[in-house]
Write a protein that binds this ligand. Structure first.
Ligand SMILES: [Zn+2]
Ligand SMILES: [Zn+2]
Length: 87
């Protein structure tokens, strides 16, 4: 993933976790936890991850979802393979 895409995905998420997993019981249905741009792929507070939602995503940013660390930890491990993009 190139930095330009990360930029676009970051703009879309507005600095908030995009998780809508029902299993996480987020109030209002969406996590919205605040994340920090510089903290991509970091495990400290404000850290976040970009997960690819379907394999043939290419450079379609809609194929990716932003997760805070808290939500990321709760995702099925199958999603943890190909999503190490680094900052
Ligand atoms: Zn979250
Ligand atoms: Zn969540």
């Amino acid at each position: 993933m190139n930095p330009e895409m990360i930029e676009k995905i970051w703009e879309r998420c507005g600095g908030k976790c995009e998780c809508v997993k029902a299993a996480h019981n987020h109030p209002g249905g969406k996590c919205n936890a605040e994340i920090v741009k510089e903290m991509l792929d970091k495990s400290e507070v404000g850290g976040w991850k970009i997960c690819k939602m379907f394999v043939a995503g290419g450079d379609n940013i809609n194929a990716y979802t932003v997760y805070c660390n808290e939500c990321y930890r709760q995702l099925p491990s199958v999603l943890h393979k190909e999503d190490r993009f680094g900052a």
